[in-house]
Design a protein around this ligand. Structure first.
Ligand code: RIB
Ligand code: CA
Length: 316
């Protein structure tokens, strides 16, 4: 019997608490064939994000290969990890198991090159972190622009404030030169930014209903409690919940109808004294034929209706 069609994807991550939820969501999806996972610095250093990714694939009993990627931005030095939101170990300082798993010997950018060439026009890249690996791929082989089916990017803030600076979102701010190169490369892009990810809310109440029998349950409960605490301490608008940025991008890759998009040219500021990392969205003309498909609204209820059972949160 024929296998049902599954979308070929590669995940690019800096695991990270919300990346960990995204891995759970993606690796438990019946709709994806996950060809590989590439890692990048960001929420923690590259050794830590790669180790955390290997731990999650182990806990999920997934055979998907993991490829270690960039340790620093394209052309500036790394500003360091984000322990306030992700803990010193990248997973909210929850006690972590060891894993015998190791990253593949092939480097992330070589893997991306290989897989995009092997499956032309078929691979969707879902990036949940700095765009350094993708930018390096485009610099290495510009022809890959025409071979990537779509890029779904968790990053940016089109018409809402940033989360690192008043105008910059973390994944863009962390490597603005890479982000700018990717945003106007010509690859079909969906930008899943803070405009919609701040409506994707995981609450303490949800956490309390996470099935304790799941291998990742205790880590994700502890890590997410840390994440919620950081958010609500910094801003009372987040009382009792945290945005789950990265799983939303995966969900949009799975079903684009969860969000409404508008197509705008998008560039990324990298020189500004106050505006570095800003996604500059040219909204002067609402009927653009070229540009990035920017997610501007979300069916949040439908997203959570899918997210909860997928990751093992029981109904109330
Ligand atoms: O701004 C949210 C993004 O920054 C998420 O991808 C999170 O994991 C961090 O990398
Ligand atoms: Ca991330």
């Amino acid at each position: 019997m024929d296998q049902p069609y599954r979308q070929r994807i590669v995940l690019d991550v800096d695991t990270g608490i919300d990346d960990a939820w995204a891995l759970i969501y993606a690796l438990r999806s019946p709709c994806f064939e996950v060809l590989g996972i590439t890692t990048v610095f960001g929420n923690a250093d590259i050794d830590t994000t790669t180790r955390n990714t290997l731990i999650m694939t182990d806990l999920l009993q997934s055979p998907v290969p993991v490829f270690r990627g960039s340790a620093a931005p394209l052309c500036r030095s790394w500003d360091g990890p984000v322990p306030r939101y992700h803990g010193y170990n990248g997973l909210g300082d929850a006690p972590l198991p060891t894993t015998a798993r190791q990253a593949e010997s092939l480097e992330a950018v070589s893997f991306l090159h290989q897989v995009v060439r092997q499956f032309p026009h078929q691979v969707t890249l879902v990036t949940l972190a700095r765009l350094t690996n993708v930018a390096r791929l485009l610099l290495f082989d510009p022809a890959t622009v025409g071979l990537i089916r779509r890029l779904v990017i968790m990053g940016g803030a089109a018409f809402v404030p940033g989360n690192v600076t008043p105008v910059a979102e973390a994944n863009i701010w962390g490597d603005p030169e890479a982000a700018d190169l990717v945003m106007h490369s010509g690859i079909p892009i969906t930008m899943v930014g803070l405009d919609v990810t701040h409506q994707a809310r995981l609450s303490r109440e949800d956490l309390s209903r996470l099935d304790p029998a799941l291998a990742y349950a205790s880590i994700m409960r502890e890590a997410t409690e840390f994440y919620i605490h950081a958010y609500e301490t910094d801003n009372s608008a987040f009382e009792g919940w945290c945005p789950i940025h990265d799983p939303l991008a995966v969900a949009v890759a799975e079903d684009p109808t969860l969000v409404t998009t508008r197509r705008y040219p998008v560039r990324v500021e990298s020189q500004g004294r106050f505006t570095t990392g800003m996604t500059v969205v040219d909204a002067r003309n609402a009927t653009q034929s070229v540009g990035v498909d920017v997610a501007v609204s979300l069916d949040a209820e439908e997203f959570l209706r899918r997210f909860r059972p997928r990751v093992g949160i029981r109904s109330a």
